[in-house]
Design a protein around this ligand. Sequence first.
Ligand SMILES: Cc1ncc(COP(=O)(O)O)c(C=O)c1O
Length: 390
Amino acid sequence: MKSILQQQLVRKGTNSVKWDGLERWFRLSEDVLPLWVADIDIRTAPSISEALAARAAQGEFGYTLFAPEAQKAVSDWYGRRHDLIVDPNHVLFSSGVVPALTHIVEALTEVGDGVVIQSPVYPPFHELVVGSKRQVFDAPLKKTDERYEMDFVALEEAMKQAKLFLLCSPHNPVGRVWTRAELEKVVALANQYEVILVADEIHADLTFPSHQHTAIGTLDPRVITVSAPSKAFNIAGLFASYIICPVDEWRKQITKVQNKHHVLPTPFANTAIIAAYTDNRAERWLDQLREELEQQMNDVIDSIESNLPMLHTTRPEASYLLWLDFSELPMSAEERKSWLHHEVRIFLSPGGPFGPQGEAFERMNIGTRRELLDEAIHRLSAQMKRKAFV
Ligand SMILES: Cc1ncc(COP(=O)(O)O)c(C=O)c1O
C-alpha cells in the first residue's frame, strides 16, 4: 500500500498558512522548515477530492443550508466510530471548532462567568474565554514521568467557581487520550457543581490504533461535543465543523448566537462532511493514516532520544503534535525563538501561549515526510553542538 505521509507534496506557493505564512507573516527565509500549525503535509483521501470535484462541476454555489445528509453522516460516524448515539437533529453546523466553542461560551454563559480550562492547552481556549469577557479558571495538568494527567484537586476547585468546562479530548498539545476512568471523574465533578461540559474532540479520529478514545458524551447525555473531519482528513481549509448538542434549550440558545454571526456552510463543507464520514474508502484511508502517524511518532521520539538528549517529551496517544521540553537548554523563550528561526532554521509552535508552564516548551508537528523531520532533528543536533549544549 502506498504511504500517505511519505508522498511528495509541494505546499509552498499555495497560500498555505503553514508554509507561506513563514515568509508572509514572520519574514523568515525560504529554507526554514515549518513544523508548526496543525495541518499536515498530505493530500486528503482521494474519495473526498472526487466528491468535491463532482460538487464543483454542478456550478451552483448559492447560500447553502446544513444538509440533513451531513447531519446523518455525523450521527452515523459517531455511532460507528465512538459508540455515541447522536440524534441527527442535534447536530449543528459550525465553520470551525474555535468559532463553535466561542459561540457556545457566548450562548451559555454570561460576562464574568467562570470557564475551566486545563493548561497547557491549545491557546484559543484561553483567548476565546478572555475575549468573551469570561473568567478563566485554569486547572493545570500534572506531569508524571510517563505522561500528563488531570489534577482532580485543582479541577474540583476550578469547577466550584465555573459555569462551563472546555475539555480538550484528546488533548492538544500533550497528546493524552483520556481514559474512561478519568472522564468518569470529570463527569462526576461537572454534575456535582452543575458545570456545562463542552468537549473539543477534533483530534479524536486520529487516536492511535494502540489507544481507545472515549467520547465523553457516552458518559453523560448532556455533554456538548464539538468536532470536525478537519484534522482527521486534513481539510481544515474547507471550514466544515459541527456541534452535537443534545439539550434542546442549549441548542436553541447556541443557534440564536450562530444566527447573529451568520453561520452557514459552504456547499463544499456539506460535501466534505458527507464524503469523509460515509464513504468507506475514506474510512480505510483514515485507518491507514492513524497507523502511519503512530509509527512516525514513535520513530521521531526514538530519534530525538538518541540525537537530542537534552530535549524531553512524553509519548502522545493521538494525532501528530509533540510537546517538547527545551528547559535544559540555557536560553530564554525569546532567545530560543531567535535561535530556532535563524540558526537552526525550523519553525515550531512556541509553548508560552499554551499556558504558564509552556514557556520552556515547543510543539512540533510531525505530520510531514520523514526526511523533513530527520533534517529538522539533524539541524537541531548540529546547532546544539555548535552552541556546545551537548
Ligand atoms: C484542540 C483543537 N481545537 C480546535 C482547533 C482548530 O479548529 P478550527 O480550525 O476548526 O477552528 C485545533 C487546531 O489545531 C485544535 O488543535
